[in-house]
Design a protein around this ligand. Structure first.
Ligand SMILES: [Zn+2]
Length: 455
């Protein structure tokens, strides 16, 4: 049987190396990998290009339902497709929060048919929804988000008993718990003190959430997860101290993984002077010493996941001058790959390292590594054709989010996504989104994903 598509002579990158081979694609999957494959109904000449698995952004907020004035599944996944991200995992702090099976089903129904890339959904680990966890897993939730510290939406941080109960239920259901690890009570106390002293400047936000606020929450949730026997993922880890805790827990054999954000790698606290509240983020943009520790963790294989925390808001919200009125987060799903390709060109990480943290490990951790994150036989043919040498610039005006404003406007880039394919079909070319939404709901393979450990 002939191939539907053959991608010829590209440098195909995986998490552990790269090879100049052809990819033979049939019915949306990689059917054969090798030299000089027989012809396909369609042929793509990838000479001089890098063929990367589609990025898996494990941390996005597409704001649907309930906050679609900021973004929705249509606009957010168009941004993903244009940026070479072929799978996103959407967070549950929408309105209403995804705390019950009924709300999960309603969200899935509302967003289905609108996605230009494949998507998974998180449920919430809340104060009183432990009895929903098994049903959330049955409906296909990829994990449970645990908000230990205040963020966008009306999410009350559960107390330690609720956290422990949720961790146990997640363990029983085979779900990973993903923690936003900050001590809520302490950050609120510090914020109220700073507010009372009259501070309204952007750096007051950083001062309200110092390193130890993250460190304490990571220590607590790592310990509770060990006690409950649950798999744990630390979202947007931002400090040297936090990374040390995760590394130590893994050395003891605990199943805990961690994620860093593009923003925490590319911005440090000197950026507040330039960008103000646009770069307000939870946890905050940190001093350069923390940024250096995250880069070191990435190069040593201690960081599992690179994500964006794509967190859109309206322009009016993004430009608020009072730090306490400004929302947390900003867009990033479309700029992740060009920005990180630029870091590859600078020699700060390799293509394989980028694939490892940006596609392969996330797919493993959330249980769909059989189909995503690599281009081996049987995998979904989700890939990017990347020209590693082309010089360009990020231009906010060309981004696809509903409110395209980011701190990266005007940043020079080396390396560009020429085309993005989802299950063998092009969904974007040179930053232009193609066709109607064909994204599908992604669930975990029935078999529990195995912990692969630190390298
Ligand atoms: Zn987030």
């Amino acid at each position: 049987m002939p191939f539907d598509l053959v991608v010829r002579r590209g440098l195909v990158v995986s998490h552990d190396g790269s090879r100049r081979v052809d990819l033979g694609i049939r019915e949306g999957r990689v059917a054969k990998v090798g030299k000089s494959l027989t012809s396909g109904a369609e042929e793509v000449d990838a000479s001089g290009l890098v063929v990367m698995p589609g990025m898996v952004d494990a941390h996005v907020h597409l704001r649907e339902p309930g906050m679609t004035e900021k973004e929705d599944f249509y606009s957010g996944t168009r941004a993903a497709a244009a940026g070479g991200v072929t799978t996103v995992i959407d967070m549950p702090n929408t309105v209403p929060p995804v705390a019950t099976a009924e709300i999960f089903s309603a969200k899935l129904a509302a967003v289905s048919g609108k996605a230009h890339v494949d998507f998974g959904l998180y449920g919430m680990l809340g104060q009183d929804n432990a009895d929903e966890v098994a049903d959330l897993a049955r409906l296909g939730a990829l994990g449970l988000k645990l908000f230990m510290g205040q963020t966008t939406g009306d999410n009350h941080c559960p107390d330690d008993a609720a956290i422990f109960t949720g961790l146990r239920r997640a363990r029983d259901a085979g779900l990973v718990v993903g923690a936003h690890a900050e001590n809520d009570k302490v950050l609120r106390l510090l914020a109220s003190e700073l507010k009372a002293s009259g501070r309204t400047d952007p750096i007051a936000h950083l001062e309200s959430r110092p390193s130890f606020v993250e460190e304490e929450a990571i220590a607590r949730v790592v310990t509770l997860a060990r006690g409950a026997g649950a798999r744990l993922h630390i979202h947007h880890l931002s400090t040297a101290a936090g990374l040390d805790l995760v590394t130590a827990a893994r050395r003891r054999g605990q199943d805990v993984t961690c994620e860093v954000l593009v923003a925490h790698l590319l911005l440090d606290d000197s950026a507040y002077a330039r960008f103000g509240n646009l770069i307000k983020l939870n946890p905050p943009i940190r001093p350069a010493s923390d940024v250096a520790a995250l880069w070191q963790g990435l190069s040593r294989g201690r960081v599992d996941v690179l994500a964006t925390d794509h967190a859109p808001h309206t322009l009016e919200e993004q430009w608020r001058a009072d730090v306490w009125e400004a929302p947390g987060g900003f867009i990033g799903v479309e700029t992740m790959l060009p920005l990180m390709l630029t870091q590859v060109a600078k020699g700060r990480l390799s293509f394989s390292q980028l694939v490892r943290v940006g596609a392969w490990r996330p797919a493993q951790i959330w249980g769909f590594g059989d189909r995503k994150g690599h281009l081996g036989v049987g995998a979904d043919a989700d890939f990017n054709l990347v020209d590693p040498a082309v010089e360009s610039r990020i231009e906010d005006a060309r981004l696809h989010s509903r409110h395209p404003v980011s701190p990266y406007d005007g940043w020079p880039t080396t390396g560009a996504v020429r085309a993005t394919y989802l299950r063998g079909v092009p969904v974007a070319k040179d930053g232009q989104v193609l066709g109607e939404p064909t994204g599908r709901f992604v669930t975990a393979a029935r078999q529990r994903s195995t912990y692969l450990g630190a390298t």
